[in-house]
Write a protein that binds this ligand. Structure first.
Ligand code: MN
Length: 494
């Protein structure tokens, strides 16, 4: 079974997304390492930037085949040849709607163009995939005729596209069985998610004889997107027990990289790679989870390179809170634990998102501990402006010892956080995994809320701060999370 990733072509057609060639290259390198067979990296004929991106990636000597999309015209094929891509994804519409309304052509003209274009591309040494656009709304006999013409002209793979996502799993299975039986030739599947069934339809097609799946990271793509790579891959691996060569432990970090570079957030409840996919809050679930993760996790987070998190909140039970505190070396007595538990619940009842840092603060208060935080911000400077690199320096005290740090960044927040990391880098290797900011009130003097998630080894923690100044709020949240991660009462006892 083959995977063609089209994050950089169909995925880039997501409204509002546009990637510069260097960022396309970073994503392509990651996809190659992940183990996809073909990477569709762009549309060479579209713009100079696209041509540059396709050429740049084609030159890297990646293991995956590099493909560029093209319409069925000699001009577009020439652009692919010029780019140096080894493979062409030739898009030719097959539904009467597209042929007549969009192209203002006849079925016969399309057949002729298919034959000529494929022959031309093959003569010039390209690997050719034919993507039949709107195939699932095309007359089946005509679609078969186009594919047989393409096969006659030497095409390598044919892919009927469910361009507007109208298949259902049953129709997909039926369609692909019929098509593969008729053609007896390698067929791929390309599904869109307009009804939320792209993954289900893709899986059904693979079960009915399709050999190659077109997918995108995070399900990016036009309108509601394409079939998501991570969901198709994990479904096949976990539910169908297929042996795939995709390095699944890279899925979470790849999803994060694509989200960062495209600026498209992954919804928290997204399957496989969403922030909440391995997070447990409710007491009943946490208790079961701690006894055996299989109780409430169909797959282990390690399979996709994510981490399990137990989030404190109003649904928490004492088990979850005890487990979280034990990680920090705190062993509250029964009555103390009960009091901590009640306070966490009352915070949640007030509608507040409870952070790990809040749980620690409550526990310390009730147990009469830790007035002194390990990390304290003593001083911070910041310079920035138009045509001046954002630069920050900080003085921290780390367990009473003074540390200095200085760094530059893309803006004030980035520079300040980098300076803090610089100050503590040698002592405590902590990474910022997730940073989110939102304005709580309107206007330029709005209160901003910064939420961070940070990691030290296999421990992650969350913290939040609300301030009028975004740099101060960010620093406060980061330092508060760092304090949770460096708090270890076991160590202090020794
Ligand atoms: Mn598409």
């Amino acid at each position: 079974m083959k995977f063609l990733d089209t994050t950089l072509r169909d995925g880039e057609q997501t409204p509002g997304v546009s990637l510069v060639p260097e960022n396309k290259l970073r994503i392509a390198q990651r996809l190659d390492e992940l183990g996809v067979d073909i990477i569709e990296v762009g549309f060479a004929a579209v713009s100079e930037g696209e041509m540059e991106a396709v050429s740049l990636i084609s030159k890297q000597g990646l293991k995956a085949q590099i493909s560029s999309a093209a319409r069925g015209t000699i001009n577009d094929i020439d652009a692919v040849l010029k780019s140096g891509a080894s493979t062409i994804s030739m898009i030719i519409p097959t539904s009467d709607l597209h042929i007549e309304c969009k192209l203002r052509k006849t079925r016969e003209q399309i057949l002729k163009a298919t034959d000529e274009c494929i022959e031309y591309a093959k003569d010039h040494g390209l690997i050719v995939e034919l993507l039949a656009e709107d195939a699932t709304r095309s007359d089946f006999d005509y679609l078969t005729k186009v594919f047989l013409t393409a096969i006659g002209a030497g095409v390598d793979r044919v892919i009927p596209c469910d361009t507007v996502g109208i298949l259902t799993p049953e129709r997909s299975a039926e369609f692909f069985s019929r098509l593969t039986e008729t053609l007896k030739f390698p067929v791929g599947v390309h599904c869109h998610n307009d009804f939320g069934m792209a993954v289900a339809n893709t899986v059904a097609a693979l079960g009915a004889g399709a050999e190659e799946a077109h997918v995108t990271i995070n399900g990016l793509g036009e309108r509601a997107g394409n079939a998501s790579l991570e969901e198709v891959v994990i479904t096949l691996k976990s539910l169908y027990k297929l042996d795939l060569k995709i390095k699944t432990e890279m899925l979470y970090s790849t999803s994060q990289l694509v989200s960062r570079l495209t600026g498209v957030y992954v919804q928290p409840n997204k399957a496989i790679v969403g922030e909440n996919a391995f997070t447990h809050e409710s007491g009943i679930h946490t208790q079961g989870m701690l006894a055996n993760p299989l109780c409430y996790e169909p797959i282990a987070p390690e399979l996709v390179g994510a981490t399990r998190r137990i989030a404190p909140g109003k649904h928490s039970g004492t088990h979850g809170i005890r487990a979280a505190l034990e990680k920090m070396g705190l062993q509250p007595k029964e009555d103390q634990l009960k009091e901590i538990f009640l306070r966490v619940k009352s915070l949640g009842d007030k509608g507040k998102t409870v952070m790990d840092a809040d749980v620690l603060a409550i526990a310390e208060n009730i147990m009469g501990l830790g007035q002194d935080k390990p990390i304290k911000l003593e001083e911070m400077t910041f310079v920035g402006g138009d045509k001046i690199t954002a630069t920050s320096s900080v003085r921290l005290s780390l367990n009473g010892k003074v540390c200095w740090g200085a760094a530059v960044g893309v803006g004030p927040v980035d520079a300040a956080i980098n300076a803090v990391k610089d100050a503590i880098a040698e002592v405590v290797p902590i990474t910022l995994e997730h940073y989110m900011v939102k304005a709580v009130t309107g206007g330029t003097d709005a209160m901003v809320e910064v939420v961070v998630r940070m990691r030290k080894g296999d421990r992650t923690t969350t913290a939040m701060s609300v301030r009028e100044d975004i740099v101060k709020a960010s620093m406060e949240a980061v330092i508060s999370a760092m304090n949770v991660l460096t708090t270890d009462y076991n160590k202090n006892k020794q």
